[in-house]
Design a protein around this ligand. Structure first.
Ligand SMILES: C[S@@+](CC[C@H](N)C(=O)[O-])C[C@H]1O[C@@H](n2cnc3c(N)ncnc32)[C@H](O)[C@@H]1O
Length: 265
């Protein structure tokens, strides 16, 4: 049972509990309390529909303006390509980069409950650093900022408006170890920083993911790394072309991710 200013006896067991919190404007203190509570990030039921609804409610409770930002991006893209779709709009307005403009926001991002599950499976130690490659609004960073307060999170993301919105929420919540950086991961002068954990969820075209994995391989010569790959492209590219990565955990049932380790000696 959680004590909030607004709701003195709060439970987080069913979607209606989250709905109740979503229906009011909670104080910053209440929102901060919630993000430090494991159940806030756990889906009330382990199925895809509920998992997405739960994430949608968590976004609203935290005050994310994702709907507004995505609608602005779509309006911009529609101006150039009125007949387009989420397949074409991103590349049209972002120099050929697949930024998935127009895609449902719950498909674009990993559910909070899955971010939590990944971080628990990784057994991350204090002060380890996590990098998200193509981070959108930085959901993984929200879970780290709330629950893994000694860890740091950096998310690289191409779309400036997503970066600004994610950083606005990090700042408001006081998640000082979490940041989003606007960056084209495929740009020639981008040097991938060292980190303990890299997270990739089908961020761009196949050759982009391949390029990023090669950059991680160079880092894995210097130090041990873990890689979490979500989505079918990233996982297929790894199994076809990156045998230097050891599969340690393969997502079961509806889990769409796998965990790998590497230390190339
Ligand atoms: C499928 S989303 C994943 C978001 C986040 N990692 C998650 O799991 O919730 C992929 C993100 O990668 C971004 N992206 C695509 N190509 C990129 C590039 N070349 N550099 C940086 N970000 C890129 C997209 O704009 C999109 O926000």
């Amino acid at each position: 049972m959680l004590q909030l200013e607004f709701f003195p006896r709060t439970e987080l067991k069913s979607l209606s509990d989250f709905q109740r919190l979503e229906s009011v404007s909670l104080s910053l203190l209440d929102r901060t309390r919630l993000t430090g509570h494991l159940e806030f990030f756990q889906t009330p039921k382990a199925n895809d529909v509920i998992r997405r609804q739960h994430s949608n409610m968590v976004d609203k409770i935290l005050g994310f303006r994702t709907k507004y930002v995505e609608e602005m991006l779509v309006a911009d893209a529609r101006g150039f390509d009125p007949e387009g779709s989420h397949e074409t709009w991103g590349p049209k307005i972002h120099d050929g980069v697949q930024t998935w403009v127009g895609l449902d926001i719950q498909t674009l991002q990993t559910p909070y409950s899955e971010c939590l599950r990944i971080l628990q499976l990784l057994k991350i130690k204090p002060y380890q650093q996590v990098i998200d490659l193509g981070a959108a609004y930085g959901r993984m960073g929200i879970v780290i900022g709330g629950m893994f307060i000694k860890n740091s999170f950096t998310g690289f993301e191409y779309v400036k408006a997503r970066v600004e919105e994610g950083n606005r929420v990090f700042k408001e919540m006081g998640f000082n170890r979490c940041q989003l950086i606007q960056q084209d991961l495929f740009s020639k002068d981008f040097e991938l920083p060292e980190a303990d954990i890299y997270f990739i969820y089908d961020y761009g075209q196949v050759d982009h993911i391949h390029h990023t994995l090669n950059q991680i391989a160079k880092i894995a010569v210097k130090r041990p790394v873990k890689v979490v790959a979500r989505g079918q492209f990233s996982r297929r590219i790894i199994s076809d072309k990156h045998e230097w990565l050891d599969l340690k955990y393969e997502g079961k049932l509806e889990e769409q991710f796998s965990i790998y380790t590497a230390y190339i000696v």
